[in-house]
Design a protein around this ligand. Sequence first.
Ligand code: GTP
Ligand code: SPV
Ligand code: MN
Length: 593
Amino acid sequence: MSALTTNKSVLSWIDEKVELVKPDKIVWIDGSKEQIEELRATACSTGEMIKLNQELLPDCYLHRTAVNDVARVEGRTFICAPTKEEAGPTNNWMEPSEAYEMLYDIARDSYKGRTMYVIPYSMGPVGSPFAKVGIELTDSIYVVLNMVIMTRVGKDVLEVLGDSDDWVRGLHCRCDIDEEKRYICQFPQDNTIISVNSGYGGNVLLGKKCFALRIASYQGWKEGWQAEHMLILGIQNPKGEVKYICAAFPSACGKTNLAMLIPPELYEKKGYKVWCVGDDISWIRKGEDGRLYAINPENGFFGVAPGTNVKSNPNALASTKKGTIFTNVAHNLDDNTVWWEGLDKNPPANAIEWKGNPWNGQESEEKGAHPNSRFTAPAVNCPCLSSEFENPNGVPISAIVFGGRRAKLAPLVYQSRDWNHGVFVGSIMASETTAAAAGAVGVVRRDPMAMLPFCGYNMADYWQHWIDIGATLDADKAPKIFNVNWFRKDDEGNFMWPGFGDNLRVLDWIIDRCEGKVDAKETEIGYIPYAKDINIEGLEGEVSLESLESILAVEKELWQEDAKGVEEFYAKFGDKIPPVLVNELETLKKNVQ
Ligand code: GTP
Ligand code: SPV
Ligand code: MN
């Protein structure tokens, strides 16, 4: 098949990689319907994908990864900057020439007997001033079909690229899915990503975390913009005005759910609506009017399946009803559909679980779906997709919200005193680990701005970049910065806040604060709502004024402890830590004394 471009930097790079991995065949992905159909058919014929019930789930497929390959592998993810200091203390680092040598040894000849798929893709609407081009080489049809959903793929991307060499190189080799030789390496200075021995989403859909966060965060630092692990949503009030919020929560901590929330009845009746612009990644830059604007660089949702149901997230569920790839969920053999824990109370009796074994969901103690099983759904399917989704200039941001999963300490919501204090609030985020990454679940760790696994350079430089961006914004135009926690638990281990759609009650307060419509209590850690100002009408029996007050309280002893943890964390960065943050930490320590 002939190349889809004459761009010399593209062709010579592909030639080099062909020489290295030795494919039998090369196929350029043009994004056409015919080609996608052909690939789907091939994947079904080899067992790589299973075609689901086309009446109930048109154009939907099921895929199972290897059992040892179900999540991101942070321990095997590297930032290959020229020096260790450039990667910083929170990233794994490998010297670039050593990394290339090791990776090329693993990749060498690994496409023998296989096809090389060349995927030209755009992160961001094709031709948008925010957008960036990538090319991923892969030997996996699953990767191709996922990239076609998650990004904008095809010829028009190459037309926009023209002769430029400003594009991100991505090489993915499945090899033998050998855990011991699995590496996800980013070379920010070379615009290059190499991923070997995995077939799981976050490790192999190179446009997503590898490019749109690790490489793009570095590009943003150099070019004066930001790449963040944030959802983008619009809240429409009864007057029809829409205000946009970006929110950063760590993996599997509620971004997709918040981005698609359905307002509680009381709000719906008044005429409130929530529009989804993005559920995972934001690229943010200053617009001509001096405000910050954000786009979602993705074109689909790679969402957590377990827990998604008609009550918790009907919009996400609706998004998965056509053109969706399900990964590592249970396969219901009776009607050839899919099932996961938390979908409904009626697990299939005649099924195959995520590992591929027969499974009787009504009798088995085993799980049907992996806790990090996922759906890959086209954004256009989402019933609440924002009309601004394709806007090449993005949407103006009123508020930035940080948040984590913390049983104790962090209150339901608080507001920072100003931008720099907000950066501090983001920098001290901590959250319980989840199944989205390999390793222990439920362990509290620092996860600044939800970027711990995704920042492509030294986190101290990243914080300074945040501070520098703030310094260019007029105070009345800068987004206000908040922190939320939907996951506070009582002593019996029950969640104290209903969450999901009811989170709009908190966002409502946040927007009112942005517009100066509501007072707040100044506390040791920032501004906290008066309990009466969070609307809990309709939550009788779930939340009382008393329980609300308890999740809004600042417990000084716990904060003293936490400040010590922050101090230890900051110490890892030595004297690179921005003085602004050192001062903020001193203020916090003094306040909670
Ligand atoms: P990534 O795709 O990994 O970045 O995750 P995410 O941040 O988009 O998380 P997602 O919305 O998929 O939610 C992950 C898990 O958190 C699911 O099991 C949800 O059911 C649960 N969850 C989401 N929102 C809430 C909430 O408000 N309260 C509670 N208790 N659980 C929630
Ligand atoms: C996350 O882990 O934050 C995800 C899923 O959004 S992955 O694409 O695997 O990174
Ligand atoms: Mn994510």
